[in-house]
Design a protein around this ligand. Structure first.
Ligand code: SAH
Length: 249
């Protein structure tokens, strides 16, 4: 089989934040597969066919990509950020594991990208400088009770936390419940970073003390970073710096 399947991350938005390795894979692709807005970020050129599909069809998309690679094409599956963080790489491997044995002979590679959490952290300073966790707040693929359990344990462990998919129109309640839980269990004024559309022209980064946070401060283009009890704010002219010291008391 001469086809290839490369699963790449396009980073948070800016072209400068796409790695040279990913750019090379895109330059050699015959087919690009992914969610509509991510496929739109790949420039048209002769010899490249784009296959854009809607959200929530990740498994169909993964099967389609594997099928084309099995037919000998050089297929690139695109995700935003990093493809292994709440994105297409796992969907491809779910399809691979459940699919025909011949797919296991394919040349498959995952190329990393800059995930939203890291792009946002860099804007704010270094909020993830000590131990942290990342939680997808969408309950599309897991029960809310599990999210709640993980939130409680993350607070208990005193991790800084990054929340992906904090709030959608279809799920307005989840982030409200998350904030209520944090405001009840963390009796302090730790900083929360609302980083929206980082590295795009719509970028907006706000630092808000936990007790003042409200659910409307986040939407689906926002990644939210909640400090640990040790996270500090340096006030200065211009935007404040948020950082978590390297050591714990
Ligand atoms: N694979 C992606 C995450 C996909 S989940 C990555 O590694 O970044 C989609 C969620 O990612 C969004 O709801 C939002 O929480 C976050 N996100 C993606 N791009 C972002 C950006 N440019 N700025 C802020 N958050 C972003």
């Amino acid at each position: 089989m001469t086809g290839t399947l490369t699963i790449v991350g396009l980073g948070p938005g800016a072209d400068d934040l796409i790695t040279p390795e990913v750019q090379s894979a895109l330059a050699e692709a015959t087919d690009v597969v992914g969610y509509i807005p991510y496929v739109a970020r790949v420039a048209d050129r002769p010899g490249l066919t784009k296959h854009a599909s809607d959200n929530r069809v990740e498994l169909d998309r993964a099967q389609h990509a594997l099928g084309m690679a099995a037919d000998g094409r050089r297929v690139v599956v695109v995700s935003s950020g990093d493809p292994g963080v709440f994105a297409m790489a796992s969907a491809v491997f779910e399809a691979l594991e459940a699919g025909p044995a011949e797919w296991r002979g394919l040349d498959i590679r995952v190329l990393p990208g800059i995930t939203a959490m890291l792009a946002a952290a860099a804007r704010a300073g270094a909020p993830l400088g000590h131990d942290f966790c990342a939680i997808n707040l969408s309950d599309n693929l897991k029960p809310w009770s599990l999210i709640e359990k993980r939130l409680k344990l993350a607070v208990e462990a005193d991790f800084a936390m990054a929340f992906y998919n904090p709030r959608s129109k279809a799920r307005p309640q989840g982030f409200e419940k998350t904030l209520a839980l944090l405001q009840k269990t963390c009796a302090d004024t730790r900083p929360v970073i609302f980083a929206r559309a980082v590295s795009t022209r719509d970028e907006q980064v706000n630092v808000v003390a936990l007790p003042e946070c409200t659910a409307e401060m986040a939407d689906m283009r926002t990644v939210v970073i909640v400090g640990s009890s040790q996270t500090r704010v340096i006030h200065r002219t211009g935007a404040p710096i948020v950082y978590t010291p390297r050591s714990a008391p």
